[in-house]
Design a protein around this ligand. Sequence first.
Ligand SMILES: [Zn+2]
Length: 194
Amino acid sequence: MFRKVFILIVLAATMPSAQAAPIYVFPVANCEVNYARAHHDYPATDILAKAGCKFVAPINGVVNEVNRVDRWSGKTNLGIDRGGLYVSIIGEDGVRYYGSHLRSIPATIVPGLNVLAGQELGSIGSTGSARGTAPHLHFGISWPTSENIWWVRRGAVLPWKYLDAWKKGKDLSPVKAVNAALAKAGEIPPVPKK
Ligand SMILES: [Zn+2]
């Protein structure tokens, strides 16, 4: 019995990756969604969905930054405040995934927590600069940085083709694209004007 189990484990470990179960999942669970291929100013995707729909981890990883307070004001419109409530994780692929404008974040979601693909990170809303607009998840893909480098965290690589693949249950990794963007921009590029 032990020997059989051992052989199965070895087989699973040596199977070609194309046959392995997908490691990426779509970041909004069990809800109708709509998203465009373009985003204003910089690469990211706004995923429209009903308020309260679940933002879930797109891959196994570790919770990175969590913000539970909406400090955004239309008067100042500071870049660091625009996300409202947000969560980022560092995936086991080394990529950072960020979701913002959240309505709420479970109390259990804290920096350093290990999360599994599909695990709830928050619920979709309209906080930050999305106040007064249709609820949506702003989804950003980037390389990890030190804390509060919001202009990288908000997105450095266009997510739509990965979102399309994950939605169809196909595995598609943004690792190469993220590494290329990092090599081009440098780890902490200058703060943009907008
Ligand atoms: Zn956005």
